[in-house]
Write a protein that binds this ligand. Sequence first.
Ligand SMILES: Nc1ncnc2c1ncn2[C@@H]1O[C@H](COP(=O)(O)OP(=O)(O)OP(=O)(O)O)[C@@H](O)[C@H]1O
Length: 232
Amino acid sequence: MTQPMITMEHVSKKYENDALALDDVNITINKGEFVFIVGPSGAGKSTFMRLLLRETLPSSGTVKVNGYNISKMKNKDVPYLRRSLGIVFQDYRLLPNKTVYENVAFAMRVIEAPRRLIQRSVISVLDVVGLKEKYRCFPSQLSGGEQQRVAIARAIVNQPSIVIADEPTGNLDPETTWGIMEIFHRINQSGTTIVMATHNKDIVDTMQRRVIAISDGKIIRDVAQGGYDDEI
Ligand SMILES: Nc1ncnc2c1ncn2[C@@H]1O[C@H](COP(=O)(O)OP(=O)(O)OP(=O)(O)O)[C@@H](O)[C@H]1O
């Protein structure tokens, strides 16, 4: 049974300087999909991702994420939307003065999860990303790939139904990139929807998942299974 997690209907986004970043975008992303958002620099990928997080609002059209209508929802509900999403950035964004354990636990403390549940969940997700042994380390003691794995653990610890990743392997070497993609693959296998913006042709070509290509703010290709730029 298909269950829409993200829908965009006739979505356009014009910034104050009149730049048209998205132009009549229509898409549906269903539960369990793994979707790559690709396109050249300036195409509108980041704008697309920021709309999902409600970091910006559409100029027209309707964006729905996890049952929330991005334009109509109340400000007080924005934290609930964001907590229902796991978010991974290119630059990890870990808290430098907290340990690996504390960085991940923090995401559960803010929702006031019980202490026992926090302990159990943090250890479990650190195991998923292969960093259980490093729980006492600080981010500065880890490699870039390890830091990104902590960021992924933090993103999934509250069991989000959607993980949104903006260029998550952008700072990593090819070998480390594959380790990270393997983790995203496993998270997706467990039923979590994944939306990932990337410039990395190699990973898109190899993974053969849904590809949505944006150029000049328009969707120019949307294939259920494909590579970075085949058919263009
Ligand atoms: N805050 C903003 N104010 C004004 N214009 C913006 C803003 N953010 C993006 N734009 C413009 O909107 C268009 C799309 O930008 P966007 O950042 O979404 O592209 P992108 O595909 O993510 O690019 P990149 O791959 O380089 O990150 C560009 O023309 C950009 O200059």
